[in-house]
Design a protein around this ligand. Sequence first.
Ligand code: NAD
Length: 442
Amino acid sequence: MTTSTEIAPATGKLGVLTPGMGAVATTFISGVLAARKGYADPIGSLSQMAHIRLGKRTEGRNPLIKDFVPLASLDDLEFGGWDPYSDDAYAAAMKAGVLDSRHIEGVGDELRAVRPMPAVFSSRWVKNLDGVDQVKDGEGRTHMDMAEALMEDIDSFRSDKKTERLVAVWCGSTEAYEAPSEVHADLSSFEKGLKESHPAITPSQIYAYACLKMGVPFANGAPNLTVDIPSMVELASQEGVPIAGKDFKTGQTLVKTMIAPGLKSRMLGIRGWFSTNILGNRDGEVLDDPESFRSKEVSKLGVLEHILQPDVYPSLYGDIYHKVRINYYPPKGDDKEGWDNIDIFGWLGYPMQIKVDFLCKDSILAAPIVLDLALFMDLAARAGKSGIQEWLSFYFKSPQVAEALYPENDLFIQHTKLKNNLRHMMGEDLITHLGTEYYDES
Ligand SMILES: NC(=O)c1ccc[n+]([C@@H]2O[C@H](COP(=O)([O-])OP(=O)(O)OC[C@H]3O[C@@H](n4cnc5c(N)ncnc54)[C@H](O)[C@@H]3O)[C@@H](O)[C@H]2O)c1
């Protein structure tokens, strides 16, 4: 047994702040409220539903993760956030159309009490959103003024809701793609850029800066870089705050990171992988803009390369044609349809095909990720961890890693990594699957 990490107890309330209170955020909040009232199980959430094996199989120790590590309880969560639309969480959930009204009505009063604060927003970064009605006034105010306004919001939320701790999970729209540049290279350039309202600083980076300065852990659910830039990594380490990102792993990429490791484990070759989606929610509308789509495309395309290692296996994966398309098709609403055509080859190069048609509900898959990230980021903070939380790669399409490392995208390796980190934190032996005295985890 190794020594356990000292972890401060999860006393008092934990505030979960979501910049962006659209489909994902309101599905998350509604689901937690429903679980709290016993209407529904938090399905899809590891922190709530999964067990973790400890020690040797002969020991028969297999507690729920939530009974093993000291996580905040669902009863202690308070919700808040920002959005450029002033709809409260009830109205936003109704508009998002993910949940049936019977699920929303059951927690209607609580949802109506969650009202987004005015957003730091710019249509330069998110096009295709019309009629926004509460944006922090940009007139004559620098990016730094905006960051300070967000810090005031955080302070007011903390005192109004009497929270002991806060975490933030970006659930805002995908911003237009912007490669990191000089202004993102270190903290002093970034702060200078904030004061001068540098045009390459995005709203999500202003939120992240404000949160980290306030000691609030920040996880990014969208593909925009946000905390995945050197200046934010520096700030997170300076303030001793955990960060994680990017882009919730749901839908097609979730399935892709299940299938690809399986094909690779059997040394089956892949010639092409064509993925196309049709979706009709607001996220789809935003992604209809080529610049926002570019952020998504970059995040989705990297996945196969790191799983398949074409440089190590050139004859199997050196010449893959990987294409990803997203098509906005309003009649689909939040019911996304993801088609995959996978051209594979086996013994003597004989070709075969796999076709997948995943009729999924994106926000239903994303909501438990928001919950787990909020609880695990809070745990990380209480355990004194700061900087990039690579053990949470399990939840991301494009996991953020330290500069010299490549991201781990294989869902099963990510899963083992997450559980081993929890074991390590609690002073339990890591499970390596070595030797006959160990058996495979469920
Ligand atoms: N649904 C999924 O499965 C999934 C998976 C991976 C990533 N994501 C990402 O999560 C994010 C949220 O997805 P969604 O389906 O809830 O989208 P959504 O369009 O329903 O909600 C996004 C909300 O963010 C708000 N917003 C935009 N700019 C903002 C800003 N600067 N500050 C605060 N709020 C802002 C919008 O007004 C909107 O209400 C998107 O970036 C999406 O790409 C979603």
